[in-house]
Design a binder for this molecule. Structure first.
Ligand code: GRF
Length: 213
């Protein structure tokens, strides 16, 4: 049976597109039950519609608190009964109860080599710090921001003339490879989380996850 998933976005949705493409080409056995955005104008909603995937828009500004928005989001997600929730550029800090509800079955993708550069503006911060490498991590979501067990990382060198634009393009290309890869492992029941560690094929992964390259 295809793995039922729900994808949460706030923007362009190129990672969503990578999942749709891999699914259509038969490389990934998933069933994207719904795409949910907190932004009405997220381009990813159009991508979903084009692929015939049901969409929801849930405006966080219409809720009094983070907890009340997250509760509505949870209800919206759970009506689709996903086995995995995929955060793909979903620009919200999540409440503890929400993350606990999806413990071990929610992924996020973060554009840095975690545990380095949690939070925003990761490309600029890596360039400013004179890093030789930058990259991207897919991780299980925990209550603490960008701190859950890392599943897989991919890296790319930072050249001397590197800009935020060139670097983010390189990182995005890697995102579109490793996010579907992590979802594939999960869909094949090869991946799980145990005691805040990612376990692949019964083997605990390093703190920085599986090294893609
Ligand atoms: C990506 O850079 C991802 O790492 C971050 O948000 C961005 C989403 O890009 N979490 P897209 O909407 O999938 O194109």
């Amino acid at each position: 049976m295809s793995l039922p998933i729900v994808v949460l976005i706030s923007g362009s949705g190129s990672n969503l597109q990578a999942l749709i493409d891999q699914s259509l080409s038969g490389h990934l056995d998933i069933d994207i039950k719904a795409v949910i955005s907190n932004k009405a104008d997220a381009f990813g909603l159009k991508r979903a519609e084009q692929a015939g995937i049901p969409t929801h828009h849930l405006n966080h500004k219409e809720f009094e608190s983070r907890e009340s928005f997250d509760a509505a989001l949870q209800t919206c997600i759970d009506q689709h009964q996903p086995q995995l929730v995929v955060l793909a550029g979903f620009m919200r800090i999540l409440s503890e109860g929400f993350t606990r509800h999806y413990q071990g079955r929610m992924f996020n993708i973060h554009p840095s080599l975690l545990p380095k550069y949690k939070g925003l503006n990761t490309h600029q911060r890596a360039i400013d710090a004179g890093e030789k490498f930058h990259g991207v991590s897919v991780h299980f979501v925990s209550a603490e921001l960008d701190a859950g067990a890392v599943i897989v990382q991919a890296k790319t060198p930072i050249e001397t003339d590197e800009t935020v634009d060139t670097l983010s393009q390189k990182v995005h290309k890697l995102e579109h490879i490793i996010y579907p890869l992590a979802v594939k492992w999960f869909s094949e029941a090869r991946l799980k989380e145990l005691n805040n560690k990612a376990i692949l094929d019964e083997t605990p992964l390093a703190e920085t996850g599986f090294a893609y390259n």
